[in-house]
Design a binder for this molecule. Structure first.
Ligand SMILES: C[S@@+](CC[C@H](N)C(=O)[O-])C[C@H]1O[C@@H](n2cnc3c(N)ncnc32)[C@H](O)[C@@H]1O
Length: 319
């Protein structure tokens, strides 16, 4: 049953296994979800609620049914991110089953710097999995680079010289304090030499040492010194996303016991979608997937079996 619908957000109330059947084939760009854990929390009194099964095998079978439907509705170049906690071996068992019909691209570790305290003799559990699956190996990836948030690494970048050489002319670029880039032609290249790790560039105007050498723009092979250097300097300010994401737990106002942090959803969205794309969460809970999708100008479809949560999602999204 459709609980709420506007141009950007559709919320369904009911069992995902059934509701997903109403969604057309190949219509979703990215699926981001955190299924209920096995016998850990009770969200409703419904027999259809996943996580309340008597046996682990039945729980896994129910989730597999949901994800088979997810595969059908996902575009051929789309992605599925599944967040599963690190309890016993359930995540690993599920991973093996899912790999029979989806292609595992990344096993991401969500590291929680502020984990929930834990009694007993076991170590405090401070991470969860995020499995990134696709339907094919030809899948969309948009932004593989993230800002460097480490102050020391950032400081090292300031004032870094970057040298470009084209058709025998040498250019030098610097990042200024305000992140502007200055570019100066330093003269005709006469000779390059190596001294240990350093390279020495001798031009008709100057002799400079440099440790990064950039020549032609790899992408179109056209040399535009300013654009080439801007692109590469931007790249220098960023680094390729790693597969360990350190993101603090973020309580939200909904009192939902296991909400996603917004940052986690944002990373998945920016990595695999562009504006206007459709994102689906078959276990929407308090609606973090919906909130972040709309904030980033994507559309969202959410499903939950608990009506109270859908009301929370609506309020969070329409605020
Ligand atoms: C771990 S929570 C999701 C939390 C969510 N990621 C967030 O940010 O708030 C799992 C959700 O699955 C819902 N659920 C359980 N069984 C379901 C089913 N068969 N169909 C749809 N939703 C179900 C629960 O009501 C619960 O809200």
């Amino acid at each position: 049953m459709i609980y709420y619908q506007d141009k950007k957000l559709t919320l369904y109330l009911g069992d995902s296994k059934k509701i997903l059947q109403q969604i057309p084939d190949n219509s979703i760009d990215t699926i981001i979800t955190s299924p209920p854990y096995f016998q850990l929390r009770k969200y409703t009194n419904s027999k259809k609620e996943i996580g309340q099964e008597q046996e682990e095998n039945l729980y896994i079978a129910n989730l597999l049914e949901v994800f088979l439907e997810c595969k059908r509705i996902l575009k051929d170049n789309g992605s599925i991110f599944i967040n599963i906690g690190n309890y016993g071996l359930i995540a690993e068992k599920l991973l093996i089953h899912l790999s029979n019909f989806l292609i595992l691209q990344n096993k991401i570790i969500w590291h929680k710097p502020n984990p929930m305290p834990q009694g007993g003799q076991k170590l405090t559990n401070a991470w969860e999995y995020i499995f990134h699956f696709t339907k094919s190996n030809d899948y969309k990836i948009y932004d593989l680079y993230e800002e460097i948030d480490n102050k020391r690494e950032k400081r090292n970048l300031k004032n870094k010289k970057i040298v470009a050489i084209d058709a025998g002319v040498a250019y030098i670029a610097r990042i200024k304090k305000n992140n502007d880039i200055t570019l100066k032609k330093i003269g005709r290249l006469i000779e390059t030499k190596r001294e240990g790790n350093k390279k020495i560039l001798i031009t008709d105007k100057k002799t400079i040492e440099y440790d990064i050498k950039i020549t032609r723009n790899k992408y179109n092979n056209k040399f535009n010194p300013l654009n080439t250097l801007k692109e590469l300097l931007n790249r220098e300010n960023k680094r390729k996303l790693r597969n360990v994401w350190s993101i603090p737990l973020q309580p939200n106002l909904s009192n939902h016991v296991a909400p996603f942090p917004e940052e986690l959803v944002k990373k998945c969205i920016l990595l695999t979608t562009k504006k206007g794309d459709v994102i689906l969460d078959p276990f929407i809970g308090s609606g973090t997937t919906a909130k972040v999708s709309l904030k980033l100008n994507r559309k969202c479809i959410g499903i939950d079996i608990n009506e109270n949560y859908l009301n929370i999602v609506k309020n969070r999204c329409l605020m």
